[in-house]
Design a protein around this ligand. Structure first.
Ligand code: IVH
Length: 666
């Protein structure tokens, strides 16, 4: 038995070692057949001696059962994003800013890295063993995708070597190589499965699979580039950190380079931009980070991004195509948007077919006509736009004018002087209604999974939804009768509809699509009305204006929404049909009940309001001045006399990281 155990351990180490040579060093020392032989031997021994299977064995990467959903988990240290430099000038001024922040005139040392176009993730190792993988999420909390991360073969389940830090959090980017992407799509097509628009979407979709068996079939790669919280080891520089993680088996990009001074920033950036198309993975820019961690600390961070780093964006890619037609879409607010259909063209990772032309003024300014050859631009996530007309292919093409009638209800439209938008003002316009229902069901609104554009359209066309509240009286058999709808999908939709009934005030109010009431305003109203919808419905304009951050325009929009009795009735019927509105439950806990915080100095990671909100959501209170009841003083940069006072009073002092850790650990 001991021999078997010994052989199993040898095989596991051998396989991990070869994975490292293959994936991290990109320099395999055995052939695929030899690797397969080792793997098969291990599989065989483990099947004969199942009690010797350990979850970190290379055979167990796809061990677990499909999940019902992803749990979320907080990041111990927020995952910030990067601010952008759009051109050489902005890259130079980044370097100047850094010099000022560091109060130095000498050349600065940076790590220059490619900005990978994938999905940011966090890998957590405890004593060298992989224990958790999270998505970036909103930066504060992400989804627990441990099962899926485990299927990525280049990620070691156990780090190589000994004496690992007790806790090692490593951030990186999961992506799909261009060649792997091509093969994946070919394979998907042959099997009649979904085709992915670009490598980034394919990587994102793969990481979000509830069944890790599917993820395991996707060719995911990873490059690691930043530390999160590390306990039990200290790094002085980014260079040292990257060297260490590479040495313990984590993949690091091989174009990362230490450079000095702003001219080298530009050189690295321009060089990588030129070589961009030669690389086997998509990048959308460069990243420059201070190499020395003491300097990073001195430079500090803003609420969402560090001051010590910058992303250098590449110029937008430009292509040309021809306008096939122009159609006009009617949104939920009645706004008419002209959209150009162009001959499909691939640009920056996506195939573009439709491009918004915004409004009549924009069409006139650029004199865009059907048939024109146009210059199209798209940079990164940005929606494609028409830069200009390159040539007029059809000499008889006439100027394009948006029709005076709504394309949906054929009622006259209105264009108010000074407003660029043409609007349909018919309250019963079917296109507006469809838009409102779609908005109501969308993710940030009532989040009714499955009720997307096509199904909403069918439900309306079949007369199953005539009013908003009808969503809550659809039954399963009616739904199952729709085109291309199976009983299983119908059941899933009915479940989502029923789950959406338990909602929060802010979600519900946002879902209603009241003009000028977005998510943020809905949250302000939630707080003010203490989640009481009846009180909100009765508030008059003056009462609304008195609310902090609510101005005249918003107040007017709300009042005119209630003036339409149809709206009031719809809401009442939604409530009658089981919609239950509660307080902002999500994220709320009371682990900091009776804890009183006082803040001093400028916070870097959060702004003061966000910090106070976090305290409140954890059940604590924030006060402006120190008293004997204060539990903690939280310090940012440029603190004043409070620090000394707290010390004298024996009040514990927290820095921002410690504070975030405390509020997040609910
Ligand atoms: S560093 C505080 N390095 O870009 C530093 N990010 O806009 C944050 N990304 O969310 C990240 N390549 O997903 C860093 N070499 C690189 C990167 C990189 C791609 C992504 C990452 C992040 C986003 C920031």
């Amino acid at each position: 038995m001991n021999d078997i155990r010994k052989r199993i351990n040898e095989l596991k180490e051998e396989i991990e070692k070869h994975n490292y040579y293959y994936y991290v060093l990109d320099n395999p020392i055995v052939s695929d057949t030899e690797w397969d032989k080792l793997f098969k031997e291990l599989e065989k021994l483990e099947s004969e001696y199942p009690n010797l299977i350990d979850i970190n064995s290379p055979t167990q990467r796809v061990g677990a059962k499909p999940l019902d959903g992803f749990k979320t988990d907080k990041h111990r240290m927020p995952m910030l994003s990067l601010s952008n430099a759009m051109n050489n000038e902005e890259l130079r001024s980044f370097n100047e800013r850094i010099k000022k922040l560091l109060e130095t005139k000498i050349q600065i040392e940076y790590m220059a890295e490619p900005k990978l176009d994938g999905i940011g993730v966090e890998l957590i190792y405890q004593d060298g063993v992989f224990i958790k993988g999270l998505t970036r999420g909103d930066g504060f909390e992400g989804e627990d995708i441990t099962q899926n991360i485990r299927t990525i073969k280049s990620i070691p389940l156990k780090l190589i070597g000994k004496n690992f830090p007790g806790l090692l959090e490593v951030r990186g980017e999961v992506f799909i190589k261009k060649t792997d992407f091509k093969k994946l799509n070919e394979n998907q097509m042959n099997k009649g499965l979904q085709i992915f628009a670009n490598p980034r979407n394919a990587a994102a979709g793969s990481l979000r699979q509830l069944d890790a068996k599917i993820t395991a079939k996707r060719p995911l790669s990873i490059n690691c580039y930043e530390p999160g919280v590390v306990e039990g080891k200290q790094f002085k520089t980014q260079e040292e950190f990257l060297f260490y993680i590479k040495s313990v088996g984590l993949p690091v990009n091989d174009l990362i380079k230490k450079i000095v001074g702003s001219e080298n920033i530009l050189k690295y950036h321009n060089n990588l931009e030129d070589r961009r198309n030669e690389l086997d993975y998509e990048i959308d820019g460069t990243v420059f980070k201070l190499n020395k961690y003491v300097e990073r600390e001195k430079a500090g961070s803003r609420s969402r991004s560090p001051r010590w780093a910058i992303a250098g964006k590449f110029k937008a890619q430009q292509v040309t195509s021809n306008i096939v037609s122009i159609s006009v879409q009617v949104g939920r607010t009645g706004a008419l948007t002209p959209v150009a259909k162009v001959n499909p063209i691939y640009v920056s990772g996506v195939t573009v077919t439709n491009i918004t032309l915004h409004n009549q003024d924009e069409i006139d300014r650029k004199d865009i006509r059907i048939g024109d050859k146009v210059l199209i631009e798209r940079s990164g996530d940005v929606i494609p736009k028409i830069v200009k007309v390159v040539s007029r292919e059809n000499k008889n093409a006439v100027k394009y004018k948006i029709k005076e009638e709504c394309p949906s209800c054929e009622k006259p439209t209105v264009k108010i002087e000074g407003d660029a938008v043409t609007r349909c003002v018919n309250a019963y316009c079917p296109a507006q209604f469809k838009g409102r229902i779609q908005h109501f069901c969308s993710k940030l609104a009532m989040n009714i999974d499955g009720l997307g554009e096509k199904i909403v359209e069918q439900l309306i066309n079949n007369g199953l939804i005539k009013k908003l509240e009808d969503i809550y009286s659809i039954n399963e058999s009616e739904l199952a009768r729709l085109d291309r709808m199976g009983t299983k999908s119908a059941r899933n939709i009915i479940t989502s509809i029923s789950q959406s009934k338990n909602t929060t005030f802010s979600r519900f109010v946002y879902s209603l699509g009241i003009r000028n009431v977005g998510e943020h305003t809905a949250k302000i109203l939630e707080k003010h009305f203490n989640s009481n919808i009846e009180n909100f419905m009765q508030a008059n304009e003056n009462q609304l204006i008195e609310i902090d951050e609510i101005g005249e325009i918003v107040a007017e929009s709300i009042v005119s929404f209630w003036e339409n009795k149809e709206n009031v009735n719809s809401i009442k019927r939604c409530l009658d049909r089981g919609v239950k509105i509660s307080g902002p439950e999500k994220n709320r806990s009371d682990h900091l009940k009776d804890t009183i915080f006082v803040f001093t100095g400028t916070l870097n990671l959060l702004n003061r309001n966000d910090a106070k909100k976090k305290v409140e959501l954890s059940g604590g209170t924030s006060k402006n001045s120190l008293t004997k009841n204060t539990s903690f003083l939280v310090t940012g940069n440029k603190t004043g006399s409070k620090v000394e006072k707290a010390k004298n009073m024996g009040i514990p002092i927290l820095n921002e990281y410690e504070f975030i850790k405390l509020v997040n650990n609910g």
